[in-house]
Design a protein around this ligand. Structure first.
Ligand code: MN
Ligand code: FE2
Length: 305
């Protein structure tokens, strides 16, 4: 029998969820952070007051640190997927890691060229933020170096895809994007955040698919997933509330409100939990079928916009 899947009778599973996501990644994930025009951003930045600048620096510093964190910590998951011979998932994950690297590049370019922020920005990290990004994320992912069990993979995926990407990154980008759209300021930052958020939506889609598959493979999968969610939801909401301790909620810069973030975070979280609940107990073939239908429905919705 051929030692490689792609020269065996198996070939590549073109219809699989990861291969479909990889096709999207090659079309949508190839934007270049260097090509984004920051010329208007510079003029906007010069006109902001100190509270507005503090708000922007705090936000972008957390985005920047988060993107570096997810870039640094993804490799152990890719290694497990590769070791299990899941070539389609590994192929998709190459685009995933590459995109995270570009997100790191994008925010640092904005900090260098627009905010000219050469000072140390570490003081913007709050206790909940540091706990999630410096303790929970690396711990859950690095655990996979010694423990490749399905349960360890579930804990890693909940931490990375459902909490860090699904609750924190997506909510942060959504709320921040809305306020930039309303203010009409910082078009370069806005464009990069739109692109970044679109990449993240593919990562989260893969994460939901991965979790669904893993839960299906383990008798205790559902409980392991739930327990991990419960461990991390508190700190995740803490990231939002600790951010807002620095601003007057009624008169925050750019008309932002903490409730917008909390509401969006819970809506998105519930939506994904519903998918996991819907597919609970299904076979892998049924899970793939449902995920492919979700992708098709999403493409229709995007085309109708
Ligand atoms: Mn990212
Ligand atoms: Fe991501």
């Amino acid at each position: 029998m051929a030692p490689y899947a792609t020269i065996s009778g198996r070939g590549l599973d073109w219809d699989s969820v990861p291969m479909r996501l990889f096709q999207k990644a090659k079309r949508l994930g190839t934007w270049d952070p260097q090509a984004i025009d920051f010329s208007s951003d510079g003029a906007d930045w010069a006109a902001f007051d100190s509270v507005e600048r503090d708000f922007l620096l705090r936000t972008v510093a957390l985005f920047q640190a988060g993107e570096e964190g997810v870039t640094t910590d993804l490799l152990p998951l890719i290694m497990v997927i590769a070791r299990e011979g899941r070539i389609e998932e590994e192929i998709f994950l190459t685009s995933f890691l590459w995109e995270e690297a570009k997100h790191v590049e994008f925010f640092r370019r904005w900090l260098d060229q627009v905010a000219v922020a050469r000072e140390d920005l570490g003081h913007y990290m709050t206790p909940s933020y540091s706990h999630l990004f410096q303790v929970e994320l690396p711990k859950a992912l690095n655990a996979l170096r010694d423990d490749q069990s399905v349960e360890a993979q579930i804990r890693a995926s909940v931490t990375y895809n459902m909490i860090i990407e699904g609750v924190l990154a997506e909510t942060g980008y959504h709320g921040f994007r809305q306020s930039l759209e309303v203010s009409g300021k910082l078009p370069g930052l806005l464009e990069g955040i739109r692109m970044t958020a679109r990449d993240e939506s593919r990562h989260i889609r893969y994460g939901v698919f991965l979790l669904n598959r893993l839960i299906n493979q383990s008798a205790s999968g559902w409980e392991v997933m739930n327990q991990r969610m419960n461990e991390l939801l508190g700190p995740a909401l803490g990231v939002v509330s600790e951010f807002w301790e620095h601003y007057d909620e009624e008169h925050a810069p750019f008309g932002q409100r903490m409730e917008t973030y909390i509401d969006y975070a819970s809506t998105q979280f519930d939506k994904r939990m519903k998918v996991l609940e819907r597919d609970r107990g299904k076979s892998f073939a049924e899970i793939e079928e449902a995920a492919v239908a979700d992708l098709a429905a999403e493409d229709l919705a995007v085309a109708a916009r």
